[in-house]
Design a protein around this ligand. Structure first.
Ligand code: SD4
Length: 331
């Protein structure tokens, strides 16, 4: 994989830690005997993915299910008040209200999604409850909140003093111009392949900081912010949701893998679609960031993004690492 590695944590020095993976096992006569899958494995977006992966790994290493692993994993930043873009402590919209978006998808094609959820920090678990306990796939706003309360979720004020202070400072200039900055753009998207060879994914965010009230990005939209096809692979996105939705990003990455592309190649091709549509609309690419991560059925992974700054975390038996994603815009 062609990646810059400015920072990394290694748990072991097994040969070939780059991916720690061979597609084929060879016998003494060097005839391929079987496909070796790199499993279990979990990957997720951004630096906080390291901690989130660790929680997911506790489930995966004991033979647990990918769907349980991704939910448990992304709940870590959701509950962390210091993470300012997910769950508790997330930055508010421009009216000062924290609203969360999330979705989850399992190996069977079960999906659950919640948008504009207020006062409940574990949006991912609400999405899962929608998946498992309703005949629907998506609930929004007040209805989603009522449903969550009915399921025993606790009401909680998600706007913490630091976020409120930042919002008040933002109000002084009140420029409605989303900026490509990892400081106010962070979504956790997580993909896991479990010991049984099943894939699942989860994605959760407070969305773009100081967004318009009611604005929904890609993160809770199956096909845009997340997609899983248990025959092929899974993908998730981060960055400017509008641009990800425009190309049906995560679904596209999975379809590209179906056509034979490796995860990094598929992510790169999806980013190139973003680039093309930005150019066609005469928009400045420097103003946006979009990043994809992908995991295929063999446990191979990859990522690609528009501009530098995006990284993703991997955990498997052989790897525990944060990797800088390769990027398009070289300036
Ligand atoms: C959104 N994609 O709401 C999310 C934000 C994000 O890194 O990913 N930021 O558009």
């Amino acid at each position: 994989m062609k990646t810059n590695r400015k920072e990394f944590i290694k748990t072991s020095l097994l040969a070939g830690t780059a991916i720690g993976f061979n597609a084929c096992k060879f016998d003494s006569k060097t005839r391929p005997t079987s496909i070796v899958t790199n499993k279990p494995i979990v990957i997720s977006t951004w630096r906080f993915g390291l901690q989130a992966n660790a929680a997911a790994w506790e489930i995966l290493k004991n033979g647990g299910k990918a769907i349980d692993a991704v939910e448990a994993g992304v709940k870590v930043p959701e509950a962390d008040a210091n993470e300012r873009s997910v769950g508790l402590g997330g930055r508010p919209d421009r009216d000062g209200i924290v609203s969360l978006d999330a979705c989850i998808m399992d190996e069977l094609g079960n999906i659950g999604s919640v948008v504009c959820l207020e006062n409940i920090k574990h949006a991912i678990s609400v999405a899962r409850a929608i998946m498992e306990k309703t005949p629907h796939v998506m609930l929004a706003g007040q209805g989603a909140y009522q449903f969550a309360l009915s399921q025993g979720f606790q009401k909680e004020n998600l706007l913490l003093p630091e976020s409120e202070k930042e919002w008040k400072e933002w109000l002084v200039h009140n420029q409605y111009k989303p900026i490509a900055n990892i400081e106010n753009h962070d979504t956790i998207g997580m993909l896991a392949l479990d010991e049984s060879g099943n894939l699942s994914g989860a994605c959760t965010t407070s969305g773009m900081a100081f967004k318009m009230r009611g604005r929904v990005g890609d993160s809770p939209i199956i096909g845009a912010g997340l997609y899983v096809d248990n025959e092929i692979g899974a993908a998730t996105a981060t960055g400017h949701g509008e641009e990800v939705i425009r190309i049906a990003g995560s679904s596209l990455v999975v379809e590209l893998m179906r056509q034979g592309l490796k995860p990094e190649e598929a992510c790169k091709e999806a980013v190139m679609r973003v680039v093309k549509l930005m150019e066609r609309r005469n928009k400045n690419l420097k103003d946006i960031q979009v990043g994809f991560i992908a995991l295929n059925k063999l446990g191979e992974h990859g990522a690609y993004c528009v501009q530098s700054g995006f990284n993703f975390a991997i955990q498997s038996k052989e790897q525990k690492e944060l990797i800088d994603a390769p990027f398009y815009l070289k300036v």
